[in-house]
Write a protein that binds this ligand. Sequence first.
Ligand code: SAM
Length: 222
Amino acid sequence: TDQQLWTAVDDYVVERLVPPDGALEAALTMSDAAGLPAINVAPNQGKLLMLLAKMAGARRILEIGTLGGYSTIWLARALPADGRLVTLEYEPDHAEVARANIARAGLGDIVDIRVGPALQSLAVLETEGEGPFDLVFIDADKPNNPHYLDWALKFSQPGTVIVADNVVRDGTILDPSHPDARVQGVRGTYDWFAREPRVTATAVQTVGSKGYDGFAVGLVTG
Ligand code: SAM
């Protein structure tokens, strides 16, 4: 089937280009053992996040949606020793698993996990004078994507990269009256990018071990 082929090609890409990494593999094993859903980014996608952060010269990263910290570890690996990554997670159980995974990866000092609804955590970060961030990765509850984009822009400077995951969803995004609030949130993501003159963006469809989906990348220009 198509899915088998996509998975086989992802396996090939990972085998050639993503070297085995104990901390990343342990993060997946421990997340699975703790009963977390396997909705983390794929290894080759995680490496793309790391490369984007490196290309952006990121020193400060904001992640919305931690889960077990798999993408967090990839992103934090792009940071210099004095870098900082703030990641926001609603579920205390997920955050606890992530904390252990991130500590095992030796990244406990540069990663700050905030537990609670991200919209609340974002408001707290603002009162703390956080930002600007050089890269923002949006991968949480999709209905809130437009709000997360507002915050990403608020916490940005020219050159900030904004990445949003799962913006194709098997093509369901084509249906303007789709009943799934996640689909509407993703459509809102496109609307947001389309109307925001300070950000230039595109989206790419992907197939792979995680099925048929895609990601959006935006650059803050003004
Ligand atoms: N970025 C992770 C990775 O690739 O390893 C995957 C994140 S998973 C797709 C989405 C996460 O967002 C879940 O852990 C979920 O609990 C969290 N989440 C859902 N609603 C949230 C909210 N309102 N605030 C913060 N996190 C939320």
